[in-house]
Design a protein around this ligand. Structure first.
Ligand code: ITT
Length: 193
């Protein structure tokens, strides 16, 4: 079975991606399987830059093909932020609910409720060979936080044409439509063709 390192420390991302790879002949390893806790600084100016920083780091450390995912949400009422700063933005509040309430208030005040998620995946095959795959999911910010599933901003994000949030969907439902699954399916297509 081919080994592929998925350089992430986010267990939820890992579960979503493992589910997408489940019928394929790839063994997906992660830094925790290799007893690595350290992660590089994500100092890039774009999702692509940051995905490449993480996949190059993983490849250099273990010398096996490595991919990484950099993702985030862009919210109209916040002038399309937090974008690449999504993790720090969420972490700057006392808890998730405070963050969600801040966003919901902004949406209410501005009457702008559009949002989208972006995922950039970088696959590093060797030091000079990096391939990028991307996915985007358009939607709106819901009227209130709903659902306990998923992670991050899932409870306040309603994909277009859906009446529930990503937080109300199970892994399989989210994987049918998500920004991450779009990018990962492009990666799988590349690996299997
Ligand atoms: P890595 O180890 O893979 O870097 P991370 O959690 O630091 O894990 P990112 O920098 O890509 O990952 O993600 C930024 C944040 O964006 C993440 O912590 C979530 O809060 C949010 N996010 C990313 N993907 C999401 C998704 O599918 N649903 C909800 N929120 C998401």
């Amino acid at each position: 079975m081919n080994k592929l390192l998925f350089f992430t420390n986010n267990e939820n991302k890992k579960k979503e991606v493992e589910n997408l790879f489940k019928n394929l002949k790839y063994k997906i390893l992660s830094p925790s399987d290799m007893s690595l806790i350290f992660e590089p600084n994500e100092i890039g100016k774009s999702f692509i830059d940051n995905a490449k920083i993480k996949s190059s780091y993983g490849f250099n450390k273990f010398n096996i093909p490595c991919f990484a995912d950099d993702s985030g949400i862009c919210i109209e009422a916040l002038s399309w932020k937090p974008n690449i700063n999504s993790k720090n933005f969420l972490g700057s509040f006392k808890n998730k609910n405070d963050c969600f309430n801040y966003i919901l208030k902004k949406v209410n005040k501005t009457k702008k409720n559009k949002a989208y998620f972006i995922t950039s995946i970088c696959l590093t095959l060797n030091e000079k060979h990096h391939i990028i795959f991307q996915g985007r999911l358009n939607g709106t910010i819901s009227n209130k936080a709903m659902g306990q599933r998923g992670f991050g901003f899932d409870p306040i994000f309603k994909p277009f044409k859906f009446s529930k949030t990503l937080g109300e969907m199970d892994k399989e439902e989210k994987n049918k439509i998500s920004h991450r699954s779009i990018a990962i399916n492009k990666l799988i297509n590349f690996l299997t063709n």
